[in-house]
Ligand binder design. Structure first.
Ligand code: ZN
Length: 507
């Protein structure tokens, strides 16, 4: 367990209070009388029966802010408060005989800049811990990939201290990009990933690297070469590490990151000469300065459905699956993620791949048992790029193609739940609609509709194709279901049933 002390930001009023406290430190033990976290204002308020001098620190794994009250006993307060959104939970306990402790635990995927936390003395016995607006976008400690959403340059968490090297800027050169560092340059790693909406990202991790406190988004390259946006995020690890996420334009090659002989890090393109890469056209409208809260795939805002969600209609014993003539029908099943790309991460660190891989394998089993020939785009948890997956289905001359995903949106939107199905060409519409109806009937989950979207695997496959989002790993209603093997069996049955119904209705 790693920790480092917060740089506390005191207001001027609090400073005066604090000065008085240091002079007149309480001799007798205080009692924590009351505390409450207000999700609207992102503020923890607590009171004691006499003066205290709280100390705050940031801990990771999981990321949490710990507020210690020396010489304080825990009174008859509530033990914990479930908050939801960026803050998972706040709890109170007796850390040791002299110290009461309040813990603000963040939801997975969230982090904050310690310098943005304000500990403010309201009165000598009342304090407020003000958190900044919390954002996602840094890697969970597990190393799983985030769902990067940046559409504009962004710099996060930069303290400029505590690491072997400090990133002070990025320069565009005739060979690519150069990352300006002071101190000992780290050994970088690069991962190329993509999300469900075909956005591609290069994720460059720099261990033991902090980001200069004065680095601003405007200091980063702006639409140079084929990069749409840069996201530089210092991670709350000890020592700090830094993740640079490049949002790649549609014609971008992959990128590499190398530490060269003179101890600087350069980013050359992979496999193509730099001369073949054009700058991205700068949009006519000003680029948005803040990223959208949602993952790129579903742009619809979640509004309450005018008709109430019907109650679950799931039968205890699902009726037998229809059969099809042996071997004459070929179905391509595409587990949407695998290998280096585990997909989205949601509540309780639930990863998309943990949901969709077992479902995909089970759908395959169920279909094969009914006489369908199934080609999977991957049978194992390995990385397969989008084109290779389409190629597998096309080469096998599959009759239909089903890509299986779980959805995600910002961790601050646990209210967004439900199932949606996508198609690209008209031939996929009936398949998507049949599968959506089957999933809804089996699970009673919220219906987010059948929608058209130009997902790569839908565009590049030559047969009727659908992409399923079986629920939200970030949804308060959905996530516990998605984590439940019994629900996954129900969902696999529903998808298999829908595919068989589609086949029976005529290919
Ligand atoms: Zn996915």
């Amino acid at each position: 367990m790693e920790s480092r002390w917060l740089t506390l930001g005191f207001t001027s009023g609090a400073l005066a209070t604090l000065g008085a406290l240091v002079v007149a430190a309480p001799a007798r033990a205080a009692t924590l009388q009351y505390w409450w976290f207000d999700a609207q204002t992102n503020q923890l308020v607590f009171t004691t029966d006499s003066q205290v001098q709280p100390r705050a620190q940031l801990l990771v794994n999981p990321t949490r802010i710990v507020v210690d009250l020396p010489n304080t006993q825990l009174g008859n307060t509530n033990a914990s408060q479930t908050v939801g959104g960026a803050v998972r939970e706040v709890r109170a306990g007796q850390f040791d005989r002299q110290t009461a402790r309040l813990v603000i635990e963040l939801a997975p995927g969230y982090s904050l800049n310690p310098q943005d936390v304000r500990v403010q003395g309201v009165r000598p016995n009342q304090w407020a811990v003000q958190l900044p607006t919390l954002s996602q976008g840094t890697a969970p400690a597990s190393g799983a990939l985030p769902a990067p959403t940046a559409t504009a340059n962004r710099v996060q968490g930069n303290t400029g201290t505590g690491a072997g090297s400090i990133l002070s800027g990025v320069v565009t050169t005739g060979d690519g990009f150069l990352i300006r560092l002071s101190g000992t340059a780290p050994t970088p790693t690069v991962q190329i990933t993509s999300d469900d909406a075909d956005n591609r990202f290069a994720i460059i991790d720099l261990p033991n690297t902090a980001v200069a406190g004065n680095l601003r988004p405007d200091d980063l390259p702006n639409y140079r070469y084929s990069i749409l946006a840069w996201d530089v995020a210092q991670q709350p690890t000890n020592p700090p590490s830094t993740r640079i996420t490049l949002r790649l334009g549609p014609t971008s090659p992959d990128w590499r990151a190398l530490r060269n002989n003179s101890g600087v890090i350069v980013l050359p393109p992979s496999g193509v000469p730099i001369s073949s890469i054009a700058d991205e056209p700068v949009p006519l409208a000003a680029a948005p300065r803040t990223p959208p809260p949602a993952q790129a795939a579903p742009p619809q805002p979640q509004t309450p459905s005018p008709t109430p969600t019907p109650p679950p209609t799931r039968a205890v014993e699902p009726p037998a699956l229809p059969t099809v003539p042996n071997g004459r029908v070929v179905v391509a099943i595409d587990p949407g993620h695998g290998g280096r790309d585990p997909g989205a991460v949601g509540i309780n660190s639930l990863q998309e791949i943990q949901v969709i891989f077992p479902i995909s394998l089970r759908v395959t089993e169920l279909l094969e048992a009914q006489g369908v020939t199934v080609v999977m785009t991957r049978r194992d948890n390995v990385t397969v790029d989008l084109q290779a997956r389409a190629d597998t289905a096309n080469r096998a001359q599959a009759n239909l193609f089903v890509s299986i995903h779980a959805n995600a949106i910002s961790m601050s939107r646990p209210d967004v739940n439900g199932i949606e199905s996508y198609y690209s060409s008209e031939t996929g519409r009936r398949l998507a609609a049949t599968l959506q109806a089957s999933m809804l009937a089996a699970t009673g989950m919220r219906d987010r509709g059948v929608k058209q979207a130009r997902f790569y695997v839908l565009r590049q496959t030559t047969m009727p194709a659908a992409l399923l989002e079986v629920g939200f790993v970030t949804g308060a209603q959905d996530a516990p279901k998605l984590a439940d093997p019994a629900w996954r069996e129900t969902m696999a049955q529903a998808i298999a049933r829908g595919i068989l119904q589609y086949i029976q209705q005529g290919l």
